[in-house]
Design a protein around this ligand. Structure first.
Ligand SMILES: C[S@@+](CC[C@H](N)C(=O)[O-])C[C@H]1O[C@@H](n2cnc3c(N)ncnc32)[C@H](O)[C@@H]1O
Length: 275
């Protein structure tokens, strides 16, 4: 009896010692990120939580949004978005240790089921499902991503910590603790000639800035005024008439008022020469 008791005691002590050693080894080998550590195209520096929260507010995120953080580091943006707004969020990160760290952080914060971390290159990984894209990269990387970003669904919100998109002006800028964030809303593509009732409208476009002319059925031409394009929402005036509507590929439609005090009627326009 005594020897059995001694055996159990000894076995427990050995097991406890082994577990302790294993834990000590895990703690000793667990990856510890260093601010400034090298990354594929840019080093790791985390965005402060206060700015992450501001960026999410600027993007007006909703639980139905799908967020992608390009170069997700320790997962701070992805995890904060999932935690605060309950949305699905994905990080794309090249460094596999950072990916594993992000997964552990998401687990600890209780959002493992809402988040995903992909070990990959942001230039070779599909993020076209995103309705919100966040990034903290470098000016030339933003510029390299710009054609892809501009081809995303109109209305997709892009938020960048610190860096701009060259001559694509931001729709909104905000700062906290000396850090700045920029927001862009992907504009619909409207450049070209559209039939509008018996007349036509011709738009020129530079990102979200639009201008152009309206030509009536009897050949009168008006310069467009009060033009605005925010995602797929468009508005413009031609003479006394004002138009508001939504762009959906080669069609736009909405409400038109011939004069400011007149009743609104519906209008639609179709792109001519769709390729
Ligand atoms: C400045 S940190 C930003 C981290 C995080 N987005 C944040 O705001 O806290 C940039 C991150 O991008 C990663 N990175 C660099 N080049 C990359 C690439 N080509 N593809 C994916 N990740 C990349 C780095 O490893 C680093 O973690």
């Amino acid at each position: 009896m005594f020897s059995l008791f001694r055996h159990i005691l000894l076995t427990s002590l050995v097991a406890a010692a082994l577990t302790g050693t294993a834990q000590a080894q895990t703690a000793a080998t667990e990856f510890k990120p260093q601010v400034g550590q090298a990354g594929k195209d840019v080093i790791w520096v985390p965005t402060p939580k206060s700015l992450v929260e501001k960026m999410l507010k600027m993007a007006d995120v909703k639980p139905s949004d799908v967020l992608y953080d390009l170069g997700s580091g320790d997962g701070i943006t992805v995890i904060t978005a999932a935690k605060l707004y309950g949305l699905r969020a994905t990080g794309i990160e090249y460094n596999p240790d950072m990916v594993e760290l992000s997964k552990r952080n998401a687990q600890r914060e209780g959002v493992a089921d809402k988040t995903e971390f992909i070990r990959g290159d942001i230039f070779a990984t599909d993020f076209s499902k995103a309705t919100v894209v966040t990034m903290y990269l470098l000016p030339y990387l933003n510029l390299k991503l710009r054609p892809t970003l501009l081809n995303m669904k109109p209305g997709t919100r892009l938020v960048s910590h610190a860096f701009t998109m060259d001559d694509w002006a931001a729709d909104q800028t905000d700062s906290t603790e000396g850090r700045t964030a920029y927001l862009w809303i992907v504009p619909a593509k409207v450049e070209g000639k559209w039939t509008l009732g018996n007349g036509s409208v011709e738009f020129k476009q530079k990102f979200q800035d639009i201008y152009g002319t309206y030509t009536s059925a009897d050949g009168m031409t008006y310069r467009l005024t009060n033009t605005s394009l925010r995602g797929d929402q468009i508005s413009f005036s031609a003479g006394t008439a004002s138009y508001t509507g939504r762009v959906s590929g080669p069609v736009m439609q909405g409400t038109m008022r011939p004069r400011p005090d007149a009743q609104g009627t519906s209008w639609s326009a179709s792109l001519v020469n769709v390729k």
